[in-house]
Design a protein around this ligand. Structure first.
Ligand SMILES: C[C@H](O)[C@H](O)[C@H]1CNC2=NC(N)=NC(=O)C2=N1
Length: 115
């Protein structure tokens, strides 16, 4: 079974089902540094990354942006001096899809590649 980071996003249509709480509970242990947040009734996956300065946070942000473009699945990113917060969810289903867990795992790999 490929790890989350080895998987590729699937095309997600508007009728795709959101992950159930049970499915989320099964997937979350693979992402120990990520947390589930709820905003406006929408479940999201979020993690903050710390860096030595703004330039490193911005470089990471751009690398995550390239990843998002390559997979056609995009996060919200808040970039600050020494910190970047990445939030994944699937807009068209207003919730969490398996794709969001894949992208969170791939985001963790970006930061390792970054250092
Ligand atoms: C047309 C375009 O492919 C779609 O709007 C994609 C773009 N990136 C996306 N990213 C996320 N996180 N959710 C989406 O529903 C989504 N849809």
């Amino acid at each position: 079974m490929p790890t989350l980071a080895e998987q590729h996003c699937s095309a997600c249509h508007g009728e795709a089902a959101r992950l159930t709480p049970e499915q989320i509970d099964q997937l979350l242990p693979a992402l120990p540094k990520w947390q589930i947040v709820e905003r406006g009734g929408i479940m999201q996956l979020q993690r903050s990354f710390t860096f030595r300065n703004f330039a490193q946070a911005l470089d990471f942000t751009n690398r995550v942006g390239e990843l998002a473009e390559s997979q056609g699945h995009h996060p919200a990113i808040t970039t600050e001096w020494g910190k970047a917060t990445v939030t994944w969810w699937t807009h068209k289903i207003r919730g969490l899809h398996h794709n969001d867990f894949i992208m969170a795992a791939r985001t963790d790999e970006v930061v390792h590649a970054n250092v």
